[in-house]
Design a protein around this ligand. Structure first.
Ligand code: G3H
Ligand code: 13P
Ligand code: ZN
Length: 322
């Protein structure tokens, strides 16, 4: 199977009450870890590339690695998506350069400016057989170069979604319901603590999601900032020389619930970073004399694969859905 758009995968996910994982890729080990898990579990998957990933790894290398993964896993649908495109030019360059889906993130602009830029990208993308994700509302955390402080985020206003989708023609919509980017999604002041002293975040705003679904029946919704920041990885990082106090993510059961509703795409990047870093730290601590990158990247890649497999089965519900 060649690279696909997200059109059919979202339709099936919407109807089937599950979501597709959109995992950020920055190097070969990440591409392999994700697609080996998805391949073995017969799960559709989205590989997404940020502006930062392109700057780090080079557009051509990333596309070729993803094409190799498609050849190695012909049994599953794979989409290649631009994450948080912030200009028409960046979106165009990815559309011209082999991506099957792009996000134009003009969520920090005014409603009218967001519509105008999104519409411009949609027109170009649709002329080239590519689908477009747009965003309404702002998440806390870092969206590439746009940093939104905790407490300054704004939930999506459900009364705006219908007009936005009909005027832009976008194919999916990212909304803000309390998720946030990075490994420190909430401040201690926003949370309570459990018996072990781990932060417990405020629940997602399912009321906002439900209102959006009512106004956009059948339309695929996207959740960014959906890493769960597994505490086993945080503990490992801290045990082996790291320092990540109060790292906290979105509880998996809330994401599972969202996946059964209209949420068709769930974005995960920080959990990949954590899985790799925790395992590389452990490897270095246990093998201080080793210096062959293959030795420490192998368990890191395996950790990505195991983490993605867990998400596919227990959070997304996208296994055996090809
Ligand atoms: O939402 C942002 C993604 O985690 C990508 O992060 O811009 O550091 O590659 P990045
Ligand atoms: P996390 O930082 O929660 O992994 O979110 C990733 C994301 O939304 C990429 O667009
Ligand atoms: Zn994001």
């Amino acid at each position: 199977m060649a690279l696909v758009t997200t059109k059919e995968m979202f339709k099936k996910a919407y109807d089937g009450g599950y979501a597709i994982g959109a995992f950020n890729v920055n190097n070969m080990e990440i591409v392999q870890g994700i697609t080996e898990a998805a391949g073995e579990l017969e799960s559709p998957v989205i590989l997404q590339v940020s502006k930062g990933a392109r700057a780090y790894a080079n557009h051509k290398y990333l596309v070729k690695m993803v094409e190799a993964a498609v050849e190695e896993n012909p049994q599953i649908p794979i989409a290649l998506h631009l994450d948080h495109g912030d200009t028409f030019e960046l979106c165009k360059s990815c559309i011209d350069g082999g991506f099957t889906s792009v996000m134009i993130d003009a969520s920090s602009k005014s409603f009218e400016d967001n519509i105008a830029l999104t519409k411009q990208v949609v027109e170009y993308a649709h002329d080239h057989g590519v689908v477009v994700e747009a965003e309404l509302g702002t998440l806390a955390g870092i969206e590439d170069e746009v940093v939104v402080e905790a407490g300054k985020e704004a939930y999506t206003r459900p009364e705006e979604v219908e007009e936005f989708v009909s005027r832009t023609g976008c194919d999916s919509l990212a909304i803000a319901i309390g998720t946030s980017h990075g490994a420190y999604k909430f401040t201690a002041a926003q949370c309570t603590r459990n018996a072990e002293g781990i932060l417990v975040p405020p629940p997602l705003r399912f009321d906002v999601l439900e209102e959006c679904i009512k106004r956009l029946p059948g339309f695929p919704i996207v959740l960014h900032g959906s890493s769960s920041v597994p505490q086993e990885f945080v503990k490992m990082v801290n045990q082996y020389g790291g320092n990540m106090p109060d790292a906290v993510g979105i509880p998996e059961e809330q994401l599972r619930k969202a996946a059964t509703l209209a949420v068709c795409k769930i974005n995960i990047d920080s959990d990949i970073r954590l899985a790799m870093t925790a395992n590389i730290r452990k490897y270095f601590a246990e093998h201080p004399d080793h210096f062959d990158p293959r030795q420490y990247l192998k368990p890191a890649r395996q950790a990505v694969k195991d983490m993605v497999a867990h998400k596919i089965v227990n959070v997304l519900g996208s296994d055996h859905k090809i």
